[in-house]
Every structure is written in structure tokens, then in C-alpha cells.
Design a protein around this ligand. Structure first.
Ligand SMILES: Cc1ncc(COP(=O)(O)O)c(C=O)c1O
Length: 335
């Protein structure tokens, strides 16, 4: 089976010298996953390479996804799935309205994804009644659905992120850097962070992973460590390592930036007047919150090198799609 590749190149590694100097850091790097493809960027695009490949290997023709309406994962899947003969059906919960949220819902609608709206409290794990019902319905309609975890978070996502750490580390070393004190990343389901923790452990990298949580108040628990351990074991084999992986997963630092799930922050960032920060086009729902926390926290690491992982999408509306008027049932999901 041919592995799908939505992008052919590594995402860029950039340095922000002015920000580093204002924060008193040695160097500050940004891993620009937001630039992964010209149409749409972010950690979810990386994950789709594996999720599409996995679905096709299982003979699927449809991805059944579950998320909030402003999901980057569903927006990215909606944009790219057709290229590989896959359709997307998405069970979507309401979300607090923001620019990012509306933008993503408009992409989902414009790309022709089937939308199944559900109330906010609906359980949407793989064995939940709603997901089971939709899997059965799709099958009865002659489709071959593959379920992807809530918000695009699953073991494939974690494995994609473990490999992303390998890519990041090669770039850091080619900048002549041997150590990163901290790596800051936005977290919701923590699949992204679990994969990164696995990659750091496998490569023996000592940097502290800092997760800025946006979806709930809970710090990473057993679920996070189990996912990270599973990803480390699988990646160890995929990377062709012949010895067992027994390195423990380092406990991440956690900061809760949750006030309401996936709402936007409107307070200005202390340094967003810097052109190099403006150029990052941080979104108000995920990456701006993570960047904002990094600015508070990095002050304690004078002279050290840190990295901010840009997991968001910074691309404008894809030209080839007509921007839709949202119909009433969809607008009602923006609360
Ligand atoms: C921009 C962005 N950053 C980070 C995350 C966090 O990903 P995860 O759900 O794997 O923690 C998401 C997904 O919700 C996202 O869209």
C-alpha cells in the first residue's frame, strides 16, 4: 500500500530573535506546521497522512469523524479526502463562535462533508451510541466507514507526531543547537502531545514538553501516558529499532488555559506588535493561548533555548472553494 503524502517537505523551522531577546531567552524557535500545505496547515494535516493511509488499508471509503464544529481536523480532512477517493461524514457538536470556528465550519460545508449535528453533551467516543448508530447507518447505505477519534485524536495522530519530533530535532541540530529547555504545544485531546512525548522519549531528548490545555481542566492522566507508551512502542518498531523501548515517558508540564471550551482569547499578546509574531497568524482558539502562556513561562529560563510548536492553520481561505452562506441548522451550532 502506497503511503499517502499530503505534503512533500518538512515544515519550516524559524527563529524569532526579537521575541527571544524580549523574553530573555537564548534562542526561540518556531516549528511552522501551520505551513505544511499551501491550502491548510497544522498538526491535523500531519495526522491525516496516516489516518487516510490507515483508512484505505482497511478498505474504507468514508471517514466518520466527531468533533466540535470549528474543528481543524474535520476542516483539513474535508479539504483533502476527495483526492484519495474518501468521503467525510462528521458528527459535530456546537462550539463558541470565533473567527477560526466559523472559518473551519465554512470549509467543512463548502467541501461537501456530510454534517450530523448533535447536542453539546453527546458522548462521541468510538463505542458511544451516537457513533455506533452512525457507523451502522453508513454501512446500511453501502459505505465502508472508518471512525477517527474525537477531534482527529487517535493512535495514528500520535504516531504522526512522534515522527514530527524526529523531523524537528534534525532541524534543531542542523542549526547547531544541542539542547532545548522547553517545547510549548497546544493540547485538547492530548494525542498530539502524547505523540510528541513518545518521540522525545524514543530519541532520548531531554526537553520538557509544556502542554497548554484548551478543552478541559484536567491535566494529562493515565490515558495520556498509555497513549504515549503505545505510540513509543509502535514507533520504535516502525523506525526499525531492534531493541525494546523501555524509556519512561517524561511527565509534561501542564498549564490550563481553559475558560470555556474552545472559546477565543481577545486580550492582546504583550508582544504581538512584533512583526515576527504577527507573521505567525496565531489563531485565538488554540495557538495564541499557547503562545501567550509561553511568554509568561519562558521568562524563567533566561539564556536557554525554547521552541514553540505552531500547530494551527495560518492559510487564507482556499481560492478554489466558494465561501458558503451557512444554513440555519449549521449557524445554530455556532453558540
Ligand atoms: C491548532 C490545534 N492545536 C492543537 C490541537 C490539539 O490537538 P490534540 O487534540 O491532539 O491535543 C488542536 C486540535 O484540537 C488544534 O486544532
Amino acid at each position: 500500500m502506497k503511503h499517502i503524502s499530503l505534503f512533500n517537505q518538512e515544515s519550516p523551522m524559524e527563529e524569532l530573535p526579537q521575541t527571544a531577546s524580549m523574553l530573555g531567552l537564548g534562542k526561540l524557535f518556531v516549528k511552522r506546521d501551520d505551513m505544511l500545505t499551501p491550502e491548510f496547515g497544522g498538526c491535523k494535516v500531519r495526522n491525516l497522512n496516516r489516518q487516510f493511509t490507515h483508512a484505505l488499508e482497511n478498505g474504507a471509503d468514508t471517514l466518520l469523524m466527531a468533533a466540535r464544529v470549528g474543528s481543524n481536523a474535520v476542516a483539513a480532512a474535508s479539504l483533502f479526502a476527495k483526492k484519495y477517493g474518501l468521503r467525510v461524514s462528521a458528527i459535530l457538536k456546537p462550539q463558541v463562535v470565533s473567527y477560526t470556528c466559523r472559518f473551519n465550519l465554512e470549509i467543512i460545508a463548502a467541501a461537501g462533508t456530510e454534517i450530523i449535528p448533535v447536542p453539546a453533551g453527546t458522548l462521541l467516543h468510538s463505542k458511544s451510541p451516537t457513533v455506533t448508530r452512525e457507523m451502522t447507518r453508513l454501512t446500511s447505505e453501502g459505505r465502508r466507514p472508518q471512525f477517527v477519534g474525537f477531534g482527529g485524536g487517535d493512535i495514528q495522530a500520535a504516531l504522526a507526531q512522534a515522527s514530527a519530533v524526529k523531523e524537528m530535532w534534525m532541524q534543531i541540530k542542523s542549526n547547531g543547537i544541542e539542547e532545548l529547555e522547553k517545547i510549548y504545544v497546544a493540547g485538547a485531546s492530548f494525542s498530539t502531545a502524547a505523540g510528541m512525548a513518545a518521540g522525545l522519549s524514543l530519541l532520548g531528548i531531554k526537553s520538557k514538553l509544556v502542554i497548554v490545555g484548551l478543552a478541559h481542566e484536567d491535566a494529562p492522566d493515565d490515558h495520556f501516558f498509555n497513549k504515549a507508551n503505545e505510540a513509543a512502542k509502535l514507533a520504535n518498531v516502525e523506525w526499525g529499532n531492534t531493541t525494546d523501548h523501555n524509556m519512561p515517558i517524561d511527565a509534561p508540564q501542564f498549564h490550563c488555559a481553559f475558560k470555556e471550551a474552545f472559546g477565543e482569547i481577545t486580550e492582546p499578546l504583550q508582544i504581538e506588535s512584533l512583526d515576527e509574531v504577527k507573521a505567525l497568524q496565531l489563531d485565538p482558539v488554540y495557538t495564541r493561548k499557547a503562545f501567550s502562556y509561553m511568554m509568561q513561562d519562558a521568562g524563567q529560563h533566561a539564556g536557554k533555548n525554547c521552541l514553540f510548536w505552531h500547530t494551527g492553520n495560518s492559510r487564507p481561505w482556499p481560492e478554489y472553494l466558494i465561501r458558503p452562506e451557512l444554513e440555519a441548522t449549521l449557524s445554530a451550532l455556532l453558540i
